[in-house]
Design a protein around this ligand. Structure first.
Ligand code: HEC
Length: 173
């Protein structure tokens, strides 16, 4: 009697497990398309996130021209103290460790015949030092001219570079 009841209980449990499995399989196949759809959405999302991160790393330096309109030349002159150990800025003053920067804005890159530029700087000689080129160079000299012999870390703050470039612009007149 006890054994019979135990068998009945075991049988009931087995039927229940079987039923659960059957419903499970049926359920899975029913919801399968929904799961697949969710996966597809994720697959699209991952490259998007990846490229966003990439563009942050490679973020281009913003143009300096808009900041120049309100740049402070007196502050630029103060910032030029960071350059003065190597660069003269007055007309007819001889080169220092670096070439004279008199009239630098609008001058061809590496173009003074009486200064010994690095070959890296000479390779850029077909371009002009416009305000945007100066902005890139002063922000990160070794990135803009790979292999330059100018050993200067660069100026991180946009406003400070704008002030300095406004001062350089003025130092040609
Ligand atoms: C430690 C010395 C040193 C300091 C500080 C320095 N420079 Fe230079 N700079 C150089 C040298 C050296 C060169 C020549 C680089 C070459 O030929 O690769 C140069 C080249 C340049 C040129 C290119 C000139 C041309 O005729 O093409 C510019 C522009 C310039 N520097 C701007 C600046 C500014 C602006 C600062 C200050 C924020 C500064 N430099 C600070 C040493 C320096």
């Amino acid at each position: 009697m006890n054994n019979f009841e135990l068998n009945k209980i075991l049988a009931a449990v087995l039927v229940a497990l079987l039923a659960a499995k059957v419903f499970d399989i049926a359920g899975n196949s029913l919801v399968a398309p929904v799961v697949k759809l969710k996966r597809d959405v994720l697959v699209v999302a991952i490259p998007e996130g990846g490229s966003a991160e990439h563009s942050v790393k490679e973020k281009a330096l913003a143009a300096i021209t808009p900041l120049l309109a309100t740049a402070n030349i007196a502050n630029g002159e103060k910032s030029f103290k960071k350059c003065i150990q190597c660069h003269a800025i007055e007309k007819d003053k001889p080169h220092g460790i670096g070439p004279s920067l008199w009239g630098i804005v609008g001058r061809a890159i590496g173009s003074l015949s009486n200064y010994a530029y690095s070959s890296a700087m000479k390779e850029k000689a077909s371009a002009i030092w416009d305000v945007e080129a100066l902005n890139q160079f002063i922000h990160n000299p070794r990135k803009f001219v790979k292999g330059t012999k100018m050993t200067f870390m660069g100026i991180e703050t946009d406003q400070e570079r704008a002030d300095l470039i406004a001062y350089l612009q003025k130092a040609a007149h």
